[in-house]
Ligand binder design. Structure first.
Ligand SMILES: C[S@@+](CC[C@H](N)C(=O)[O-])C[C@H]1O[C@@H](n2cnc3c(N)ncnc32)[C@H](O)[C@@H]1O
Length: 309
């Protein structure tokens, strides 16, 4: 029997990273003006209260994933550096216009599935109103878990399919899908509602320990908004956030999770890593970060690090 030498063996194709999951594209979207007008003043206030409750007030480095136009950025005053990650360049530009005067902010165009950040570099990760666009939640959570330092926090918001309105609609047969079924429900392409227990399981599988949950936006209905001011509804919602969160009947849930603390170690010097080959030490030039391992240059234009090819 002849043993083939290397010359005779078929050459295998180079290993390419798999394509990232589909992205819900906000490029050029009028999200800021169409969504966050007065009509959403109640939701904005209610979410701010929940975030204020759950967010560790101080730290060295915070990252917000899918930060949009930086709606929540003023809540990060206690952090020395704030990294806003957003795949839609037009949204990132809006964030930059609002916040460029503050040198603590770093604007990064990237995708949650391929974060250009080194392992364990963040004290706090925030992701609000983004999970409902993610088709591959375990992939995203694994990537987020990778970048949080031991003892660091992850504040996650998700859309709750088991909310009071959908339970009532299901009971009255005005809705065919069950709010009690664990799997995510895709109500429109790349728009998902989640069962709270399913999300908690995914967090645990990714290595996060869930500390606290807050149910938010109990009065997200025209019936209430027409009758009472946003401030009054938010004050009532705040009370329910405190005393009724265990029921998890609101359309939005905020979770505070933590990565178990390890023995103290010095934080890594760098921040970014190459999303193509995962090499850590990128070489800094005037207009790009270049990866010495694979040669890819990641441009830096007008204050935005661009990690999307
Ligand atoms: C509903 S907006 C929320 C924006 C902001 N978090 C807020 O609460 O105002 C959803 C954001 O998620 C971003 N997004 C969607 N898919 C994403 C992904 N795969 N990685 C990172 N961000 C994503 C969108 O570009 C958009 O800015």
């Amino acid at each position: 029997m002849s043993i083939p030498n290397n010359e005779q063996q078929p050459r295998s194709a180079p290993l390419l990273p798999p394509d990232p999951p589909a992205l819900c594209d906000y490029e050029g979207s009028a999200y800021r003006v169409e969504f966050w007008t007065d009509a959403r003043a109640f939701e904005d206030l209610a979410e701010r209260r929940a975030l204020h409750t759950l967010l560790p007030p101080r730290g060295a480095r915070l990252i917000e994933i899918g930060a949009g136009f930086g709606r929540l950025a003023d809540l990060y005053a206690g952090y020395s550096q704030v990294i806003l990650v957003e795949p839609a360049l037009s949204m990132l530009r809006q964030a930059q216009e609002r916040l460029r005067h503050d040198p603590r902010f770093v604007f990064v165009r990237a995708n949650v599935y391929e974060l250009p950040l080194q392992d364990q570099t963040l004290d706090t990760v925030v992701m609000v109103r983004v999970l409902h666009h993610l088709v591959d939640v375990p992939h995203a959570l694994a990537e987020l878990r990778r970048i949080v330092r031991p003892g660091g926090a992850f504040i996650l918001e998700f859309a709750n399919k088991r909310n009071l309105k959908s339970i009532l609609r299901f009971a009255l047969r005005r809705q065919t899908w069950s709010p009690f079924a664990p799997e995510p429900y895709e109500f429109a392409p790349l728009n998902f509602d989640f069962h709270p227990t399913w999300v908690l399981q995914q967090l645990q599988r990714a290595g996060f320990a869930v500390q606290r949950q807050v149910a938010v936006s109990h009065f997200r209905a025209e019936f209430f908004k027409r009758r009472w001011s946003a401030a009054r509804l938010a004050a009532l919602d705040s009370w329910l956030q405190r005393y009724a969160s265990g029921l998890r009947l609101a359309p939005s849930i905020f979770v505070q999770a933590q990565v178990a603390a390890a023995a103290p170690s010095s934080p890594p010097d760098g921040l970014f890593r190459c999303p193509a080959c995962h090499h850590n030490a990128l070489v800094v030039a005037a207009d790009a970060l270049t990866c010495p391992a694979c040669g890819q240059a990641w441009p830096q234009r007008d204050g935005i690090y661009d990690f999307i090819k």
